[in-house]
Design a protein around this ligand. Sequence first.
Ligand code: NAD
Ligand code: ZN
Length: 358
Amino acid sequence: IESLTVNLGARSYPIQFGVNAAAAVRAEVDALITAGRKVVVVTDRNLANAQRDTLETMFGGQPMLVLEPGEETKSLTELGRVLDFLAEHRIDRGGALFAAGGGVIGDLAGFAAASYLRGIAFYQVPTTLLSMVDSSVGGKTGINLKAGKNLVGAFHQPKGVFIGTGLLTTLPPREFAAGMAEVIKTGLLGDAALFAQLEAKTLTVESAELGAVVRRCCALKAGVVEADEHETAKEGGRALLNLGHTFGHAIEQVTGYGHYLHGEAVAIGLAAAARLSQKLGYIGAVEVARIEAVLTAHALPVKLREALPLAPLMTAMARDKKVRAGALRFVVLKSLGVAATQGDIDPKLAEESFREVG
Ligand code: NAD
Ligand code: ZN
């Protein structure tokens, strides 16, 4: 097991990597219990079915709450269930909550850990590619409201992240591809060598390089989070992780959540962001084609499945939180591997970019 540290002063924490993380998780659970601290686990039904033995090795004997899979679980109702579960098991300030699952379980359980007794220890055991390379690192937690996604939340860094890429063998292929959108995004925004590697050889769940790629994505995200933990930087910083997401969120919102997986909407968003960057004169048609080829090779869409009216997409983008004072603000590519935030973007250029991926 290799590890990497997210350096945040007193809140620093390790990310541990291996094909199998079960022994490392078990050692942490045992150490907590030996120290007289209680441990509880939140997971979802798909994982509980697909990885029964691994969960038993990690957490056997500890109370486990199994929630329904799906984005709808990131709700006030389910938050209440997690909080009641903590209270029922008399978790005190010394207790620890483990989230074993994808981004849904991590975001929900993390927010419960942030708010229960004003904050208890929290560990991430991500089980989807997306959660391994993105949501389990960085401390953003939260839930959705009827009015929109991720409207309630808190920054609450985990005490540790345990990544076992062997868990991905049971992940549905469409979910693996969706996670690849965030991997490709990571290469594009800050790791040209990673992008080149994906271009030279398509990554699959069987690839020997999978662990190293996941680790590279975590290292890049850790560095960005260390420099701008609470996303307060005026330019660049944590906002760079939103490359492709202003377009992607608009697609998700207009089509209704669930029509496209988040990663699929981000893939189309990356294609649109590439075209916008081309219109701004930063990259050429060759680079746009290379980006689309890498997305396509990893089973991701680069065009909308059906045409969408442009007006609601533009309205959704104007409402996006990356927009300030009426001018459109985007993350653009200066070159393959270098991103920047840019305000005052002519909405006509964004609209044309959207039309080209329609
Ligand atoms: P998810 O948690 O819904 O998991 C996807 C599906 O895979 C689910 O059906 C789940 O039950 C199943 N699954 C999980 N692990 C499995 C395994 N090993 N084998 C078989 N099935 C398995 O989705 P996700 O893509 O992991 O996360 C999406 C969520 O993450 C969204 O709510 C998004 O807002 C959030 N997110 C948060 C951050 C952050 O910084 N906090 C960043 C990105 C995304
Ligand atoms: Zn994303």
